[in-house]
Write a protein that binds this ligand. Structure first.
Ligand code: G
Ligand code: G
Ligand code: NA
Ligand code: MN
Length: 251
């Protein structure tokens, strides 16, 4: 399964076997969807479903990170505008791509091409590698914000995503990693979530709790002060057309 070749062959078009699925992000109070996260999927010619970790890394390794970002941004903006509904869309971008001029260009191009208002797009920075230079990363985030889009820190509290990063990067939103919301250590989960929600409120940073699968987990993060969440309890990643779009509203 060779994703870089498929991406190269596609030459700006859609690589064979490539698609986006979308997962709802809901307001906890009434479980109304307020946004969707676009998640890339690729099925190789031999029928193998290759995980995004694998094919995103392969694209980056082949020097095609910019092409992949452009593809995902274009397709996500195209699909949400075609759905004709006022909803916010989240798109994942690797931390290593933050600061690339091509990222800002691709964001601007996708918004302009489909007439999607910038406030409807949130760029999630996924730290599979640490942000190489925090000062440069902060400047890059400000340039994205100057375009009118919001920037989120994905998987906060796991991996490289630390308080130092939150200190340095002027993000609009953090996504609390599911390691903190499992409920396996309910007292610790609740204390950490409550503190992080309070901290983020002081910083004027929004919070989405990730990985909510059960009513107990939803209750735990709600009691800890989270107002929005994502997870299998509210919906699995699926084709945008199969989500209950009539219930989606801007958020
Ligand atoms: O959808 P799933 O849980 O399999 O995603 C696994 C990982 O791949 C997640 O960390 C997610 O952020 C990442 N991912 C999914 N789609 C994309 C994408 O379009 N671009 C990047 N850079 N990462 C993605
Ligand atoms: O790292 P990021 O948050 O972008 O990853 C999104 C990934 O998390 C997607 O691949 C999605 O399939 C997965 N995911 C979404 N909701 C849940 C959940 O409730 N439980 C688990 N285990 N994974 C989830
Ligand atoms: Na991620
Ligand atoms: Mn994400």
């Amino acid at each position: 399964p060779d994703f870089p070749s498929a991406l190269r062959r596609a030459d700006g078009g859609l690589p064979e076997g490539f698609a986006l699925v979308f997962q709802p992000i809901v307001r906890l109070a009434d479980e109304t969807p307020v946004a969707v996260e676009a998640l890339a999927r690729w099925t190789a010619r031999d029928g193998t479903a290759v995980s995004p970790e694998t094919f995103v890394r392969a694209a980056e390794g082949a020097g095609l990170g910019a092409e992949l970002d452009a593809l995902v941004l274009d397709l996500a903006c195209r699909e949400v505008t075609a759905a004709g509904i006022d909803l916010t869309v989240h798109v994942n971008v690797c931390a290593s791509r933050l600061g690339a001029a091509s990222l800002e260009e691709s964001v601007g191009a996708a918004l302009a091409r489909y007439g999607l208002p910038a406030e409807r797009l949130i760029v999630e920075i996924t730290e599979t590698v640490p942000v190489p230079d925090l000062a440069a990363g902060a400047a890059a985030i400000r340039r994205l914000q100057d375009l009118g889009v919001r920037v989120a820190l994905d998987d906060f509290g796991a991996g490289y995503s630390s308080l130092t990063v939150l200190h340095a990067l002027p993000v609009d939103l953090i996504k609390l990693d599911r390691a903190l919301t499992t409920g396996v250590r309910p007292d610790r989960d609740a204390a950490l979530c409550r503190s992080l929600v309070g901290l983020c409120a002081d910083l004027d940073v929004a919070v989405v709790a990730e990985g909510i699968e059960t009513a107990e987990q939803a209750e735990l993060v709600t009691r800890a002060g989270c107002t929005t969440a994502q997870g299998y309890r509210f919906g699995h990643p699926a084709a945008l057309s199969s989500l209950r779009l009539s219930t989606l509203s801007a958020g």
